[in-house]
Design a protein around this ligand. Structure first.
Ligand SMILES: [Fe+2]
Ligand SMILES: [Fe+2]
Length: 184
């Protein structure tokens, strides 16, 4: 049996979870007074903005959710409405994280609080969001879509990857591994 589109999204979840785990450890270290390098923080913010939000949430929100909606899944309420709302909350927190990194580079003391707040918000949001998708959304999707529709979805996801750049995807995978290695 060929790989399902939902499996590729689940694999991306593992990569995102790795980074969110590193972010939790980083926030804890910062609570103890550690001052991380701006470079690490910039990479972290870029990963969350590009890999997690633009690429991964983009595939879900612009491709998968509309397809499910067309198949009769209500867009309001559970599960799609809730997931879309969480994507919006995540997007706001990620924008705050990127801003906090900029502040931190100019004034580490002022940036410290902002960084911790946005990272904690993301650490609270993401694991539960991913759980809902892995255990509710994807099993539901696998029930609704047939083999051919899953394969069509994969092709559309590949176009998103191409658009962002395959080397970019690989670079972020490497970055996730490096962050996990550094903060675990
Ligand atoms: Fe999502
Ligand atoms: Fe997801």
């Amino acid at each position: 049996m060929e790989k399902k589109a939902t499996q590729t999204l689940e694999e991306e979840h593992h990569i995102i979870q790795t980074v969110v785990g590193a972010m939790a450890a980083l926030a804890e270290n910062m609570d103890k007074g550690m001052a991380p390098e701006a470079d690490t923080l910039r990479n972290l913010a870029e990963f969350m903005q590009v890999f997690a939000d633009k690429c991964h949430h983009g595939k879900e929100e612009k491709i998968l959710f509309p397809l499910l909606e067309a198949k009769g899944v209500p867009v309001n309420g559970c599960p799609l409405g809730i997931l879309i709302h969480e994507h919006q909350s995540g997007r706001k927190l990620v924008a705050e994280l990127a801003e906090a990194v900029e502040v931190y580079e100019k004034d580490s003391l002022k940036g410290h609080e902002l960084l911790c707040a946005s990272m904690r918000g993301l650490v609270n949001l993401y694991p539960n969001h991913i759980w809902k998708e892995d255990y509710l959304l994807f099993p539901m999707t696998d029930k609704i879509l047939n083999e051919k529709e899953q394969q069509e979805l994969i092709k559309r996801f590949e176009l998103v990857e191409k658009d962002i750049g395959l080397d970019v995807h690989r670079r972020f995978e490497q970055l996730a591994a490096t962050l996990a290695e550094k903060y675990r």
